[in-house]
Design a protein around this ligand. Structure first.
Ligand SMILES: [Zn+2]
Length: 105
């Protein structure tokens, strides 16, 4: 059997929280036993054991960011290459490395 593989791009980042936090569930079993896939725009379902698109979750609709924050969602990104957290900078309109919370003695 020929395995017709769709060429998927590997992720370089994913959101810091679990897909289910953003109401992104498995689109096959509708389960929340999911994790970010290693591929872009995909999630991994532990129950179906597949990489799948998943549901749109909060990204499918115009949910105000401030509102999402109240719901406990964080849109910081985990930079998988440089292994650091990126956060949205309003002034730069770009994701920038998050400053570590410095503990001053
Ligand atoms: Zn599933």
């Amino acid at each position: 059997m020929k395995n017709k593989k769709v060429r998927l791009k590997k992720r370089t980042w994913h959101y810091v929280q679990n897909p289910a936090t953003y109401e992104v569930f498995c689109d096959r079993c509708n389960g929340s036993n999911v994790e970010w896939s290693e591929y872009e725009h995909m999630i991994w379902c532990y129950d179906c054991k597949i990489d799948t698109k998943g549901t749109e979750g909060v990204f499918g609709g115009p949910i105000p960011i401030e509102c999402a924050k109240i719901l406990g969602m964080i849109f910081d990104r985990w930079d998988m290459k440089k292994k650091r957290v990126l956060t949205w900078d309003r002034e730069k309109q770009d994701y920038v490395p998050k400053k570590p919370v410095s503990k001053k003695p």
